[in-house]
Write a new protein. Structure first.
Length: 288
């Protein structure tokens, strides 16, 4: 199957290089197929660390030590990752500062702050970073002001919040013990199935942030529909996963390649690859 067709089948679409981006930077010299990380066909977004088949000069196996056009270069997105991580404190502040001292809901907001700090950080941030990096690649540098970059950072964290909601829920359904090197949230003493409500809080924060940072933007409705659709697709994928291997009733006849590909596509690919790239495209004006 051609690469472009396979990428489309999992919800990833090839983007044309902006006119101000040199061809070698966008695609690299096209020579032979190799299995690479950070598929340059998607616009040299090495931070995505996605495994895919691409035509490239030589295998780019290390995220932190890239070979591009024959020259050794350090990670070009280290600063972007640092900026992204530093922005998280602002996300927590926006979501909690007005409610912590509220006489009626203060205790709940304090709980929300704890949920955010435990469950949203600690991952690799590929999905959120993809929003920021794709936005920077798609928008002319002269149009990248502090406000627009701040919105891209916030929307990137919306993707990470959506993932946190999905992971907390998935851990409960799978009876998992650890996540990202620490005890699953629902396994912590005093949490238990209250984590279901905590997961719903994480999901609600996605739409609070979108409203706070993007409601005056022409792409606001596009982003809302994109996040809602991606959530639905992911939950359909989770359903496929659950019904394929119900607890106590494992039927190996259900473990087909077709079902596996469907689970990969719906449970992971849409919100991991399509969502962050499409969000950046809308913010760059692709929807107009």
């Amino acid at each position: 199957m051609p690469l472009s067709r396979w990428l489309r089948s999992v919800g990833v679409f090839l983007l044309p290089a902006p006119c101000w981006v040199p061809r070698e930077r966008w695609l690299g010299p096209l020579r032979r197929p190799s299995l690479v990380r950070g598929c340059p066909v998607l616009g040299a977004w090495h931070g995505a660390r996605c495994w895919c088949q691409a035509w490239t000069e030589e295998p780019r196996a290390l995220y932190s030590s890239l070979t591009m056009n024959g020259d050794r270069k350090s990670d070009p997105y280290a600063q972007a990752k640092q900026d992204f991580i530093q922005h998280f404190s602002q996300i927590v502040k926006v979501l909690t500062e007005d409610g912590v001292g509220h006489p009626e809901t203060g205790d709940a907001i304090a709980r929300l702050k704890e949920v955010l700090e435990y469950n949203v950080t600690g991952g690799k941030y590929h999905r959120g970073l993809t929003v920021l990096i794709a936005f920077r690649e798609l928008v002319e540098p002269s149009k990248q002001d502090a406000e627009s970059l701040g919105r891209a950072l916030t929307v990137g964290w919306c993707v990470e919040l959506l993932q946190a909601f999905l992971l907390v829920s998935d851990d409960i359904m799978d009876s998992s013990l650890t996540r990202r090197g620490q005890i699953c949230w629902y396994q912590k003493p005093g949490i238990g199935l209250d984590a279901i409500n905590d997961a719903l809080l994480l999901e609600a924060c996605v739409y609070r942030l979108l409203k706070l940072c993007c409601r005056q933007q022409p792409y606001y409705l596009n982003l809302l529909e994109l996040f809602l659709q991606s959530s639905y697709q992911t939950e359909i994928g989770q359903t496929l996963d659950l019904i394929t291997a119900p607890q106590g009733n494992v039927d190996l006849g259900r473990f087909t390649e077709k079902r596996y590909k469907s689970i990969v596509k719906y449970k992971t690919a849409f919100y991991s690859f399509y969502l962050p790239v499409a969000a950046a495209m809308y913010m760059a004006g692709a929807g107009r």
